[in-house]
Ligand binder design. Structure first.
Ligand code: SF4
Ligand code: SF4
Length: 501
């Protein structure tokens, strides 16, 4: 039937004057786009298999390749876009749910880009971070509501367990299984070197990575994959995943093809079987149930580790966060709907949830109004793309940010958005041994360290420009932000003034 045929989205353009038929592109492409045709004595391409991962373009020794978006077009109008039409063809052909990776491609507002940062002029002079101390160290966990003194008048600084970060950035949850051993190792090595944390995601902890435990957050999700007492003890903190921004309200599905021997051992499930996480935790149907799990995890680790509860940014997020703060969690992680690295049903990814900026501002305000903001730290993720986004998040009330897509891009990801196919040509979202080895953890971790170091320099410069010398003084400091092109309602929710005010 005619609807079976869809014009390839990308075209491989090969400059035949430059091509030396070295066949590098053929060897490098796991999607089998390039082939040497002996009869023609030249390279040929199958455009229909190209996902625009840019691997061949990057490695072609003669710069002979480029990938272009096809200019074939449907007769679109303001209502029917090409993607709407082709999605219907695909579903009419397969009867299946459409999957996609790496967050929504739809044009929802990015509020970070509608917020501008202040700088001091004349009064409250700016601070030069190269000459004066600038504190980016951040502690996550419950804080005392009041200052306590001992009998000699010294401040008592004993608190419940905290996570200490050298800079307010952490690597967000990405499970071993959804990403490769080498990607996981790169994150673990970089977190250790930087003095921050990476997150196991819901796939358990490979035995080789226990050594990075002091910089690891171990996750407990609805599937409970790989959760046992040594695992809980191994990390510096435990995260309960209630939801994630890319697919709020549903569970996860890692195809059996990705459950290799090592992944099966780590997850404690049979090799080759699909790893399906239920949508809810089957023992949690109320805040009281969540409280039981929070305290069960604390109890089982002798109250030595902070417990994080991660939720997706959804409509009633302020009230939900209030409940979580009251149920004993030390940290709340909120994941916005533009984020997400793993596979998600496209319809949910593109339509369910709310932007992280609005969720963060609502949660911070609600917790402050209820007088319980000190009981939890807030960590936000969901498309943090630069140090400026981090600064804006902290000024809106975050204690720290989770990054995932940005971290993967630093590892070489070219955002081809086909992680769910398991054939990542950059060795990140794959378990195929010959692809995994393309990512060298020593080099990958170095790139991650460079990224976070660069962002930290920029954070210091922007804080200095505001006349602020610590993250503590920036947190929730909305006076440092102004909105542009926002409605009264949006400004009200964000709690910021319009530029010019
Ligand atoms: S990598 Fe470049 S030079 Fe080599 S065969 Fe492919 S297009 Fe030709
Ligand atoms: S991780 Fe790999 S498959 Fe996923 S978007 Fe990046 S390059 Fe593509």
């Amino acid at each position: 039937m005619s609807i079976n045929f869809l014009q390839p989205e990308y075209e491989v353009v090969r400059n035949m004057d430059r091509c030396i038929t070295c066949r590098v592109c053929e060897r490098q492409c796991a999607n089998e786009v390039h082939h040497y045709n002996a009869d023609l004595d030249r390279m040929v391409s199958d455009d229909s298999k190209c996902v625009d991962c840019q691997r061949c373009v990057t490695l072609c020794p003669t710069n002979a390749l480029k990938i272009v978006k096809t200019n074939n077009c449907f007769k679109e109008n303001a209502n029917w876009h090409t993607s709407d039409i082709t999605d219907i063809y695909r579903q009419a052909t397969t009867g299946g749910v459409l999957l996609g990776s790496m967050g929504t491609p739809k044009e929802y507002p990015v509020y970070w880009d509608k917020l501008l940062i202040n700088a001091s002029q004349v009064t409250n002079p700016s601070i030069d971070p190269l000459r004066e101390p600038m504190e980016t160290r951040t502690f996550l966990g419950k804080k005392d509501a009041t200052i306590h003194y001992d009998k000699d008048g010294n401040i008592i600084t004993k608190t419940t367990p905290q996570l200490e970060l050298s800079t307010p950035i952490m690597f967000s949850a990405m499970s071993y299984g959804s990403i490769s051993y080498n990607a996981h190792k790169s994150l673990a090595m970089a977190a250790t070197k930087l003095g921050i944390y990476y997150n196991t995601g819901e796939g358990g902890l490979h035995e080789d990575f226990y050594v990075y435990g002091p910089n690891t957050i171990v996750q407990v999700a609805s599937g409970r994959f790989g959760v046992h007492s040594d695992y809980l003890e191994a990390g510096a903190a435990i995260e309960i995943k209630m939801g994630q921004g890319a697919k709020p309200g549903i569970g996860g599905h890692l195809p059996g093809a990705k459950i290799t021997e090592a992944v099966s051992k780590t997850r404690m499930i049979p090799q080759g079987t699909d790893a399906i996480s239920p949508a809810p935790h089957h023992d949690i149907y109320s805040i009281e149930d969540l409280r039981q799990l929070v305290y069960m995890l604390k109890e089982s680790t002798n109250y030595k580790k902070p417990v994080i509860v991660k939720i997706a940014a959804v409509h009633n997020v302020g009230a939900i966060a209030s409940g979580i703060a009251r149920c004993g969690a030390d940290i709340i992680a909120i994941d916005g709907f533009r984020g997400g690295t793993g596979a998600a049903p496209a319809r949910i990814r593109d339509n369910v949830g709310i932007p992280i900026e609005l969720a963060l501002a609502s949660v911070d305000r609600r917790l402050r109004e209820e007088g319980i903001r000190n009981q939890v730290s807030l960590v936000v993720g969901g498309s943090i793309r630069s140090s400026a986004d981090v600064i804006k998040a902290i000024a809106l009330g975050a204690d720290a940010c989770y990054i995932a897509t940005s971290a993967l891009i630093a590892l070489g990801c070219h955002l081809c958005r086909t992680c769910h196919l398991g054939k990542c040509n950059w060795g990140i979202a794959t378990q195929v041994p010959e692809l995994v080895k393309r990512l060298n953890p020593a080099i990958g971790s170095e790139h991650l360290v460079n990224l976070v170091t660069a962002w930290t320099h920029e954070i210091k410069e922007m804080m200095g420009g505001m006349g602020i010398n610590s993250i503590e003084a920036l947190r929730g400091n909305r006076l440092m932000l102004r909105g542009v092109g926002l409605t009264e309602k949006e400004l009200e929710i964000l709690g910021v003034k319009h530029a010019g005010e």
